[in-house]
Ligand binder design. Sequence first.
Ligand code: ATP
Ligand code: MG
Length: 485
Amino acid sequence: MNAILNFLKNFADSDEEKRVPIRSAKIAREKLTKKSSGITHAVTETYTGATVIARAEHNVSRNHVSENALKVLHKLKKEGFDAYLVGGCVRDLLLGREPKDFDVVTNALPEQLARLFSNCRIIGKRFRLAHIVYGRDIVEVATFRKSSGDSPNDAQRLTKEGRIVQDNLYGTIDDDVWRRDFTINALYYNIRDFSIIDYVGGMADHKASLIRLIGDTAERFREDPVRMLRAVRFAVKLGFKMHEDCEREIPANANLLTSVPAARLHDEVVKLFLTGHGVQTFEMLRHYGLFEVLFPSVEKILAHEEAHFPRMMVINVLQNSDDRIAENKPVTSYFLFAAFLYEPMLHLAKEKMAKGMLESDAYFSASSEILTQQIRRITVPRHLTLAIREIWNNQAKFEFRFGAKPSKFLAHPRFRAAYDFFLLRAQIGSASAESAEWWTIYQTVNETERRKMTQPQAQAKSTKPKRKRNYRRKAKTAVVPNPSN
Ligand code: ATP
Ligand code: MG
């Protein structure tokens, strides 16, 4: 029954979609005013200089749009507002990929959205956005905004380097498109007739698999240096090439990332490294000189590495994360940071010991220094820096395999993270493989076996060569009391 209903629904959808004719480049819609929901407004669909790709000419289908995003789009349409899908979801749908989320853009103002949707939350300081909340699913709805050039007004503020710090001036779709980053991220899917509106040659760049900024590349990177990280992220995720302007301007502007608030970089770094393409992303960030700005202490060690440990550590932790993501297993940013910063911390601790500091003090002080330096660049919340320190401190505990210590350590709430980290070290030869194997077995056997494994004789027996047994009978000797006793 469901199959039949779905078939009929799909049939109706595709039929409706195909009825839309191919439209010309510049379209002006009849202006409507409506007073439902007590809101008065007008539909203003004019696309100056854009190409409109009718439904029959592209492959984006509503069947692949989330139910909740469709609800939002239809409601806005019904209330007489313009409503489009935009950004990553249109890009991904065109490529036949499942979008991570669906971003909606409209001419309704945040306050109007709040009145239209009872499940609406207005968020953001720099950008005011509406979140329409459906349980755990959130549809983000933004109001059209203007880009920098058109607004000498105080709704948009730039720093003296040209970085945007506030940008809350509302506009039309004609304005909105120019403030988007890449041509492939600036395609609008119109819920009214299922067409795609392309102002910037996004469809052509899609076909050419090209990452190209809208407008002047250097200026757009200066406005928001995070766009350089986004360029790398999309190039890797989609398997696209960098446009030659990006090739040239990213290394030239990489250092501008130092001016980006550290809190914003944490989220970007998580997206860069923990979405399944960590190894490739790392290589590309290094290629463009971005990695050294994000993780200066790690780059210093990588540039002067004597053994191959630092690089192998970074590559291995990223490969492990990529594998875990592919298997739908959880990954955490603190584990990644712990692995990235471990060798720099050890290196610094050794320098401190060479200057006469006690071992334990040297590790403590090196950990603090490395983490403090890092969080100046990328925010790591305090509970996570504590978790990183704990992983590092716990490494020494893997050396104790006798008595009660192993079972106590096993019960430690963060044993698992420390153990995974120890395995990572063992993989690259920075910790004993034999010890790693012992701990792996220790976790799987029962209590009795565990007790046996932690007896000194058990380990002595297993490691020392057995003495040959002498089968010759000893001659019986008379026990003669010692007269001196
Ligand atoms: P994904 O969600 O798959 O990571 P996305 O392109 O949707 O990719 P979002 O961060 O969700 O990325 O942003 C949605 C859209 O907002 C982008 O496609 C782009 O049009 C615009 N955008 C996001 N960040 C910027 C930025 N820093 N500068 C200009 N436009 C941006
Ligand atoms: Mg998105």
